[in-house]
Write a protein that binds this ligand. Structure first.
Ligand SMILES: *[C@@H]1O[C@H](CO)[C@@H](O)[C@H](O)[C@H]1NC(C)=O
Ligand SMILES: *[C@@H]1O[C@H](CO)[C@@H](O)[C@H](O)[C@H]1NC(C)=O
Ligand SMILES: *[C@@H]1O[C@H](CO)[C@@H](O)[C@H](O)[C@H]1NC(C)=O
Ligand SMILES: *[C@@H]1O[C@H](CO)[C@@H](O)[C@H](O)[C@H]1NC(C)=O
Ligand SMILES: *[C@@H]1O[C@H](CO)[C@@H](O)[C@H](O)[C@H]1NC(C)=O
Ligand SMILES: *[C@@H]1O[C@H](CO)[C@@H](O)[C@H](O)[C@H]1NC(C)=O
Ligand SMILES: *[C@@H]1O[C@H](CO)[C@@H](O)[C@H](O)[C@H]1NC(C)=O
Ligand SMILES: *[C@@H]1O[C@H](CO)[C@@H](O)[C@H](O)[C@H]1NC(C)=O
Length: 472
């Protein structure tokens, strides 16, 4: 229904314009009585503009011109009174009235004509004068930056000044001066972030414009991290403090929020800070839960948002009711290892909170002090180059002194040694020949863990011509 009405409205308008073209082809846009594109009026002078067209007219004025500073008079005009005329009068022009005056058709505001009026005053070369509070300008990526220090006279020459006193002159390439707009920086860089003003010399006196603060709103979160990389463990009743830090590009603003189990009950409190570094911004938000309860266990998420961007970090928090030590052998209390093995690790099953102290004893004495081949790695004892003498009783003492918790576990290590025949170590003796029928004793000395069985085998002599079989 709505579309239909709109459609008919457009048809109607088309009809009207069509007819007009037929008639005269004139007044397709209104016409001003001043034919130039711009004019200069002195301050305190009266400004008068007239406009004529085929339909009802309306005006758009510079933003510095208040409604009560201007009179508008509408009338019918033309020979047969079929045209519409409108005139505006500003009886006392002020520099802030400088700008575009537009006359347009009331029902088709795109059909318009404009004139730029400078209200000039040598004492006030800038429309935005220095007494005005600083204006904040936003620099956007890949868009020209306009420092709107418009002037009250078209021939004013100006300089752009970066605080405190770095002057920039128009170069017609990147820095362009336009008296109706101000300075246009085609491709602004980080250099253009900061405080600027424009300056001009008139009658030997330097005049400054209002101050402009160029700001670059960015929303680039570089990194988010928690000061706890692994899962957090804590005891009931303890205080939990997590520090979530975000870094962002200069001028970034972020919101840091926490999600955690106790949030529904407001069990935590947060503290925020923002630090500005030379190259980046640092934000942190510290979550404190003064007295941990069982219900506080779970996932803690720090979420950092900036505009459309979001980054987060999570950590699991475990809350224990009591401190504890759980200590068990991993595979029975007797372990076997082969002598000569490069290394052997004795690792009991140990779970404890808070972190306990772990001491290893061998046969009742501190292991690490007994042999340089023993060393402690976490909760394990590692034996390098296992030797027969490493067999024995190993005791791990686990204690959490501040809570008066102690546990110990003794494990037995058996070191197996390959059987060795002592006689093989010395140079093989030729038994030589012995008289037939004589009594001979053959010796075999052997060692091994567990003790080896000795078995004698007899090989008949090989027939002549073949190599002799080894003698047992
Ligand atoms: C404009 O009028 C004001 C108030 O009447 C006066 O103070 C000021 O000097 C005038 N300016 C000029 C340039 O005539
Ligand atoms: C501006 O300067 C040009 C030439 O430099 C001159 O022709 C023109 O009249 C001046 N405009 C005004 C309004 O003084
Ligand atoms: C202005 O710039 C000059 C160098 O060009 C510097 O020595 C001076 O300190 C600056 N003045 C102020 C007020 O910053
Ligand atoms: C994290 O930082 C807070 C505040 O500095 C500190 O109190 C807390 O102990 C830290 N936590 C860890 C796990 O380092
Ligand atoms: C939180 O972490 C940041 C970055 O590691 C650090 O600068 C800040 O001092 C920490 N805050 C507290 C209260 O420890
Ligand atoms: C919130 O408070 C209620 C009532 O005290 C309690 O039962 C519940 O466990 C709390 N939940 C969390 C997540 O702290
Ligand atoms: C932070 O959150 C507030 C309120 O939700 C919002 O108005 C503001 O724009 C946010 N700021 C950023 C940088 O996202
Ligand atoms: C190991 O614990 C038992 C009790 O479980 C205790 O009698 C013994 O003295 C402890 N041994 C050492 C070396 O602490």
């Amino acid at each position: 229904m709505m579309n239909f009405i709109l459609f008919c409205l457009l048809c109607g308008l088309y009809g009207v314009f069509g007819k007009d073209k037929e008639h005269k082809g004139k007044y397709s846009v209104p016409i001003l009585d001043v034919k130039t594109r711009q004019m200069v009026v002195d301050i305190n002078q009266t400004l008068q503009l007239g406009c004529r067209g085929r339909w009802e007219l309306s005006w758009a004025f510079p933003s510095g011109l208040a409604k009560d500073q201007v009179q508008v008079e509408d009338s019918r005009c033309g020979r047969t009174g079929q045209q519409y005329c409108s005139s505006v009068t500003v009886s006392r022009s002020l520099t802030q009235h400088t700008g575009q005056f537009r006359c347009r058709y009331r029902h088709q505001t795109r059909k318009q004509i404009s004139i730029y009026v400078y209200v000039t005053d040598s004492q006030q070369p800038f429309v935005d004068h220095p007494a005005m509070s600083p204006d904040v300008l936003y620099m956007k990526e890949k868009q020209p930056l306009v420092i709107p220090c418009r002037v009250t006279h078209p021939n004013t020459t100006t300089t752009l000044v970066k605080f405190p006193n770095h002057s920039l002159n128009p170069d017609q390439r990147n820095i362009i001066w336009n008296s109706k707009q101000g300075f246009i920086i085609r491709t602004p860089t980080f250099y253009y972030i900061g405080l600027f003003y424009c300056e001009t010399i008139s009658d030997g006196v330097a005049h400054k414009s209002r101050i402009y603060f160029v700001h670059r709103p960015v929303s680039n979160i570089m990194e988010v991290y928690l000061n706890s990389t692994g899962p957090v463990q804590a005891l009931k009743g303890e205080r939990l403090v997590l520090n979530c830090t975000a870094t962002g590009e200069l001028n970034t603003r972020v919101n840091i929020t926490w999600d955690y189990p106790g949030k529904v009950n407001n069990t935590g409190s947060t503290f925020k800070r923002l630090l500005k570094h030379r190259t980046h911004m640092l934000f942190y938000n510290i979550l404190t839960i003064p007295k941990l309860q069982r219900s506080d266990r779970g996932l803690y998420t720090c979420r950092v948002t900036s505009g459309e961007n979001t980054k987060q970090q999570k950590v699991t928090v475990t809350v224990y009711d009591h401190p504890f030590i759980r200590l068990k052998p991993r595979h029975g209390s007797v372990m076997e290892v082969q002598a000569g093995q490069k290394s052997y690790r004795i690792t009991p099953k140990l779970r404890a909170f808070p972190t306990p102290e772990v001491i290893w004893l061998k046969d009742g004495m501190v292991a690490a002090e007994q042999c340089s081949r023993y060393h402690i790695d976490g909760n394990s004892l590692v034996i390098r180059d296992v030797a027969e003498e490493d067999a024995g009783k190993y005791t791990v003492l686990v204690r959490i002194q501040e809570h008066g918790l102690y546990q110990n576990l003794t494990l037995t290590l058996v070191v197996n040694v390959r059987p060795q025949i002592g006689e093989k170590a010395v140079s093989p003796q030729d038994p030589g020949s012995v008289p037939q029928g004589s009594r001979q004793a053959l010796h075999c000395t052997s060692h091994g863990v567990p003790p080896p069985h000795i078995q004698w085998l007899w090989h008949p002599c090989p027939p002549k011509g073949l190599p002799a079989a080894p003698q047992a």
